[in-house]
Design a protein around this ligand. Structure first.
Ligand code: BJW
Length: 243
């Protein structure tokens, strides 16, 4: 259904709790690649070779190369939060009720834009963790197998702090609680291919009675599950929807 122009004002008056899910599309205009678009990351890499625990066991050098490249790309000074990231940070600061931003993105553009109540459900590119001692460390350099853990000093255990296929996304209990309590669920820049995130719209809408809105370049896999939708570039449609 086309977006109702007054919906955000009605919900603002009710101080409804909002849960926002973002995906790679929101960072596209900041200069980062999406995954499944024709020019996306999975057109250049085989998912099973870089984004599974088995890939890291079989070919850790390739997996480190993949994330080292993306880390360097994220740290390029030209890559900055765009108008959509900034609009969501403003919404959180100004909205009379709770706003939880759940991102599937491992970039830090929401953090840099100023969002505070933020969950990185698929991890963070600028963090690594040690498989031996579980230490989580901020990391902005290339990583390789030979680097010992800064805490336990053992080699070979450091890995990107990201969630691969078959691994449990982060902070799921907090996300499910927020979905059960929200009055509005907004999905932005995600193709709806990857679970459990692709199932959030049904939890918020059918199970919790929230209004559901999709803001994306094109209809996602789950487009028919949303009550309202608006299609276009995130940097244009997100600021105009939330302000
Ligand atoms: C624009 C735009 C512009 C372009 N403006 N828009 C059923 C239930 C539960 C699990 C499964 C299930 N069936 C299968 C599973 C397992 C699996 C899965 O989902 N597989 C599918 C392929 C079917 N899921 C998992 O393994 C997950 N773990 C798990 O399920 O644990 C058990 C569990 C069970 C029950 C409850 C809880 C847990 C883990 C998934 C890990 C995903 N990891 C990746 C890579 C790691 C991080 C990284 O390297 O970055 O995460 S895959 C990749 O896809 C990445 C992304 O976060 C994720 C989603 O991609 P996203 O963001 O949607 O990007 P695209 O490219 O697909 O879409 C971009 C969109 O933007 C497009 O629509 C464009 O049109 C649009 N766009 N420009 C606005 N300017």
């Amino acid at each position: 259904m086309p977006l109702r122009p007054d919906i955000i004002d009605i919900l603002r008056a009710d101080a409804a709790a909002i849960v926002i899910l973002t995906g790679a599309g929101i960072s596209k205009e900041s200069g980062l690649h999406t995954f499944r678009d024709p020019d996306g990351i999975w057109a250049r890499y085989d998912i099973s070779e870089v984004a599974t625990p088995e890939a890291f066991i079989n070919n850790p050098d390739l997996v480190h190369h993949f994330y080292n490249d993306r880390r360097a790309g994220l740290l390029d000074p030209a890559v900055q939060p765009n108008a959509a990231h900034l609009a969501l940070a403003r919404l959180e600061a100004e909205w009379p009720g709770d706003v939880l931003l759940v991102t599937q993105n491992i970039d830090d553009l929401h953090d840099r834009a100023g969002s505070k109540n933020l969950i990185h459900m698929h991890g963070e590119l600028l963090k690594i963790r040690c498989n031996h001692c579980d230490l989580l460390t901020n990391w902005s350099k290339p990583l390789d197998l030979g680097i010992p853990c800064p805490s336990c000093a053992k080699p070979g255990g450091l890995r990107p702090h990201v969630v691969w296929f078959g691994e449990m996304p982060l902070e799921m209990e907090r996300i499910y609680t927020a979905l059960a309590d929200c009055g509005l669920f907004i999905s932005i820049g995600t193709s709806g291919n990857v679970y459990p995130a692709a199932g959030f719209v049904q939890m918020a809408g059918k199970e919790s009675g929230a209004e559901t809105v999709e803001l994306n370049l094109e209809p996602s896999n789950g487009a028919t599950l949303f009550e309202y939708s608006h299609y276009g570039a995130a940097s244009e449609i997100v600021p105009s929807f939330v302000s």
